[in-house]
Design a protein around this ligand. Structure first.
Ligand code: SAH
Ligand code: DHB
Ligand code: MG
Length: 221
């Protein structure tokens, strides 16, 4: 299927979202090892870069690495002393991610932590790794609210927090949904409507990936 949304996504990508060879190779390695096709799209990777630059990021936290596709987009715009810490639960995914990061020449900027996000975040706090300038939440969906609350804890005023996949083909509209991923993002979206600590919106996304959306939030001063 080549919808108008896909065609326009390719149009934007050809102008402004070109992948460099290390990103193309990262996707190829993920395909070869049959990792799920759920990385951000090229234009979404570029969008994450724009946000990282907008908040002058040097320290970024990512929950959910998969093959490090989004991680590489982010790390590329960090200064040489900058760092992305990316948390991945699945050891095989983390191995593929490490290979992609090394191939991209970004080992010095990307720290992949193996473990469950809810367990790793307290460790990062104890280590004094925060506060992070940008936090990208993209791991399992049921605990998205708890991830977001931890993200605030690891933030400073002005930190940008992004949460991927919060619209899920519009399934968030179904208040009777029994899908635990849908229920997880519904819980976050509703909580944000009364949260005083951030200023947030949801950007609806269409294109080469399914109809979805990202929370874009900034931590209040
Ligand atoms: N950010 C990546 C895609 C991540 S896909 C990109 O856009 O390129 C989601 C990843 O989260 C998967 O690799 C999955 O194994 C991982 N994951 C699932 N549950 C997790 C958890 N509890 N803690 C950390 N990672 C988890
Ligand atoms: C799913 C997860 C993602 O991070 C994504 O971008 C798309 C789909 C999922 O688990 O369904
Ligand atoms: Mg995602």
């Amino acid at each position: 299927m080549n919808t108008i949304f896909e065609k326009v996504d390719h149009y934007i990508g050809a102008l402004l979202g070109q992948e460099d060879p290390s990103l193309v190779q990262a996707t190829q390695l993920m395909e070869r090892h049959r990792l799920p096709n759920i990385s951000v799209s090229p234009n979404q990777g570029k969008f994450l870069q724009v946000l990282a630059l907008a908040c002058n990021a040097t320290k970024i936290l990512e929950l959910g690495t998969l093959g490090a596709y989004s991680t590489i987009w982010l790390a590329k715009v960090l200064p040489e002393h900058g760092k992305v810490i990316s948390v991945e639960f699945d050891a095989f995914h983390a191995d593929i991610a490490r290979e992609n990061v090394t191939n991209a020449g970004l080992d010095h900027k990307i720290d992949i932590r193996r473990g469950a996000a809810m367990e790793v975040m307290p460790v990062l706090e104890k280590e004094g790794q925060g506060p992070f300038d940008m936090i990208f939440i993209d791991a399992d969906k049921p605990p998205y609210l708890e991830y977001f609350q931890w993200a605030i804890r690891l933030s400073h005023p002005g930190t940008i927090i992004v949460a991927d996949n919060v619209i899920r083909n519009g399934e968030v509209l179904d208040e009777n949904s029994k899908d635990e991923k849908v229920n997880g993002v519904q819980r976050l979206n509703k909580w944000l409507s009364t949260c005083k600590e951030v200023t947030a919106t949801i950007l609806q996304t269409v294109g080469v990936k399914e109809h979805d959306g990202m929370v874009i939030a900034v931590v209040n001063k």
